[in-house]
Design a binder for this molecule. Structure first.
Ligand code: DX5
Ligand code: ZN
Length: 219
């Protein structure tokens, strides 16, 4: 079976000491650092922007997996690339030309991800399969941590796993929202290889991070 990577979402970290929190989840075995960028317009919440990503960059060498929930998104891609993001993931609804947006991310030398909201069909990625490095299935409506996993997204994960295998390309299949010790095995079984987890990583405080990450991975 394929290796499972864990991407803690820093949305659930203590924002007053983000550098320390990132060093802690790095040491605890996080594979990617998932950074949720929200603008209060595309989603009903505001989090952080490129200056904070830049300030966090020296605290870890782990992959910065940046989930942009902002509209418009195109004018900010250069800033996020320069701030040190490794993967930049965009919502097709955040601009009129998702193909062009993905091209733009690739031209910056970064890995590009496309994210599908719960009501957005798997076929949205069909004509992007030759370019994307990551496909993210939202198993909650984006905007907040701590929501419940929407079970019918498991079908979409299976559908996307088949598309990825058929493509012959190395594309991460990531799931984000409501991942916990009960839902993680379901997402893995459906074909996901990267699990985003906010609440479930940070629950119990720093002395629990390593155990939480291990349990999510299924070790
Ligand atoms: C939601 C974000 C998620 C969120 C997940 O819009 O994209 O990354 O932090 O939080 P949990 O794991 O608590 O559902
Ligand atoms: Zn996210």
């Amino acid at each position: 079976s394929r290796p499972v990577r864990i991407a803690p979402s820093i949305l659930s970290a203590d924002f007053s000491k983000l550098g320390e929190e990132i060093r802690a989840i790095d040491a605890a075995g996080a594979d990617y650092i998932h950074i949720d960028v929200m603008d209060g317009h595309f989603v009903p919440n505001i989090t952080l922007g490129a200056p904070i990503v830049k300030a966090l960059r020296p605290h870890t060498e782990k992959t910065f997996d940046t989930h942009l929930m902002i509209s418009p998104v195109d004018p900010f891609l250069d800033d996020f690339a320069a701030a040190g993001c490794d993967i930049i993931t965009i919502h097709p609804e955040a601009g009129p030309h998702s193909h062009r947006t993905v091209q733009h991310i690739k031209s910056l030398g970064k890995k590009a991800g496309i994210v599908l909201n719960p009501a957005t069909p798997a076929s949205t990625v069909d004509y992007l399969m030759d370019m994307v490095d990551l496909i993210l299935v939202m198993s909650v409506n984006p905007g907040f941590g701590g929501q419940s996993f929407i079970m019918n997204q498991l079908d979409k994960i299976r559908e996307l796993r088949a598309k990825i295998d058929a493509s012959g390309r190395e594309i991460d299949l990531q799931v984000d929202g409501g991942i916990n010790f009960d839902t993680a095995p379901l997402a893995i079984e459906a074909g996901a290889n990267v699990l985003v987890a906010g609440t479930a990583t940070f629950v119990g405080g720093p002395e629990k991070y390593a155990e939480n990450i291990r349990r999510l991975r299924g070790d």
